[in-house]
Design a protein around this ligand. Structure first.
Ligand code: AMP
Ligand code: GLY
Length: 424
């Protein structure tokens, strides 16, 4: 069968890589993909937000199954358009994608279904938000309601910082419509983990655990990013925690979405804070995490494609995914200046040497190729260097060895990915 993956990041590189291993596949395509993906799949220049362009291509090229990587096309209704065109796809419909598309929707949904999450209040008016802030004080979390490319959450340590964030969203329209409503939320303290389940509307099949490193700086300092590295498994996700997350968070969500007439299909990614041993829901995402997807795909032993199709067909209860016992760890390399402003177009050397190191797999997220056939950076998070090992410490050693083989003076990485687990 012909499979089209929509998206252009490291996550989509990992999805194409995993799908390429399926005996069911005759051809893997990616729209628009990137220069790393083009080594394993045919890349087609269509923007993930160009829904009509995608639909005509899919029909013309007789694509049998579409896997939607990023949240934006899901929230914009790519899935619904595929459904009405009779094309099978993996991901939620637009109404179900509101779990990520609107934080206000997600918080109200949690209240309706008694799902543990931080206490919150919604505001569209700056004056009201300021008076609530004066009452509550800091620290406090300020969130834009809509999609803001991962920049819409400010964990404010002071009242001034919170006021500035609120003003930038409600008055200065920093995120446009996405910030025309905000949420002020109680700060939760604990350890953060990513929890993924594969859903078919009725059943939720937990994947292996993974942990991301969101802050740009070593020791978890500096601003939040899309993720500077990840590892799997995450030892903090014990069987007891998994059971609690399923019972208190995931299953009430699956039941609630079904009861509200928008059954959830696709990947449901719960961003959790483990507070004194109890899981609390920070956010829902309606897609795989990036770079968590890369480490999960490396550890997945089963063919992923039948599972994605089963999620669409509503027959996941027959499924049991198998995983390698080995650990996987990924180090993200980003352009100097990220997540702020940066220059791009710089040369990256040594990728071949790095990928030849034992257990190493390189996933591209922001590279292109120059006229001389060399890889150059397009900026932001650019490459993910992943490795498998018997333990997290071993995977870490191989991954950093590969990072050391990459010559990219305009790039940087965190040297402490897996640092909390380095001894395991
Ligand atoms: P979100 O997009 O909602 O996941 O927020 C991005 C990041 O902000 C999360 O990964 C957390 O690190 C942090 N965050 C969000 N909400 C809270 C909260 N209520 N308490 C503490 N940190 C939070
Ligand atoms: N790595 C976090 C995310 O994909 O949102």
């Amino acid at each position: 069968m012909r499979v089209l993956v929509v998206g252009s990041g490291g996550r989509e590189h990992a999805l194409c890589w995993a799908i390429c291993g399926s005996p069911l596949v005759t051809k893997v395509l990616c729209a628009p993909g990137n220069s790393g993906i083009s080594a394993i799949a045919e890349c087609v220049k269509i923007d993930p937000e160009d829904i009509n362009g995608l639909i005509s291509f899919i029909k013309e090229y007789q694509i049998n199954f579409v896997v939607i990587g990023p949240e934006a096309p899901l929230v914009s209704g790519l899935g619904d358009k595929l459904q009405s065109s009779g094309i099978k796809y993996f991901g939620p419909c637009a109404a179900a994608a509101q779990l990520e598309g609107s934080k206000a929707f997600m918080k109200d949904f949690c209240s309706r279904h008694s799902i543990p999450t931080a206490s919150y209040k919604r505001f569209t008016n700056l004056k009201d938000a300021k008076s609530f802030l004066r009452e509550k004080g800091a620290p406090i979390v300020v969130k834009a309601d809509g999609l803001a490319a991962g920049k819409g959450v400010i964990v404010a340590k002071t009242v001034e910082e919170a006021e500035q964030a609120m003003t930038s969203m409600l008055e200065d329209n920093l995120f446009g419509k996405a910030g025309s409503e905000i949420i002020l939320e109680e700060l939760l303290e604990g350890e953060e983990v990513s929890f993924f389940v594969l859903c078919d509307g009725n059943t939720a099949l937990p994947l292996q655990s993974a942990q991301d490193h969101k802050r740009v700086g070593e020791g978890d300092t500096g601003p939040n990013t899309g993720g500077m590295g990840a590892y799997s498994p995450a030892p903090i996700v014990t069987n007891k925690i998994t059971h609690m997350v399923m019972e208190k968070i995931i299953l009430p969500t699956i039941e609630g979405m079904k009861a509200e007439g928008t059954p959830y299909k696709g990947i449901l990614y719960a961003g959790l804070m483990i507070v004194n041993g109890e899981p609390m829901l920070l956010e829902y995402n309606v897609r795989f995490g990036d770079p968590e997807c890369q480490v999960l795909m490396m550890r997945l032993k089963s063919d992923i494609l039948p599972a994605l199709i089963a999620a669409h067909d509503g027959v996941l209860n027959d499924f049991d995914l198998r995983w390698y016992d080995e650990a996987a760890l990924i180090v993200v390399m980003a352009t100097n200046g990220y997540p702020g402003t940066y220059e791009d177009g710089s040369l990256i050397k040594g990728l071949e040497v790095a990928s030849a190191i034992k257990g190493v797999q390189i996933f591209h997220s922001g590279t292109s190729v120059n006229d001389a056939g060399e890889f150059i950076s397009k900026g932001g998070r650019v490459i993910g260097v992943a490795a498998m090992g018997n333990t997290i410490a071993a995977a870490r050693e191989y991954a950093y060895k590969a990072v050391g083989a990459i010559d990219w003076p305009n790039g940087f990485y965190r040297g402490d990915i897996g640092w909390k687990r380095g001894d395991k």
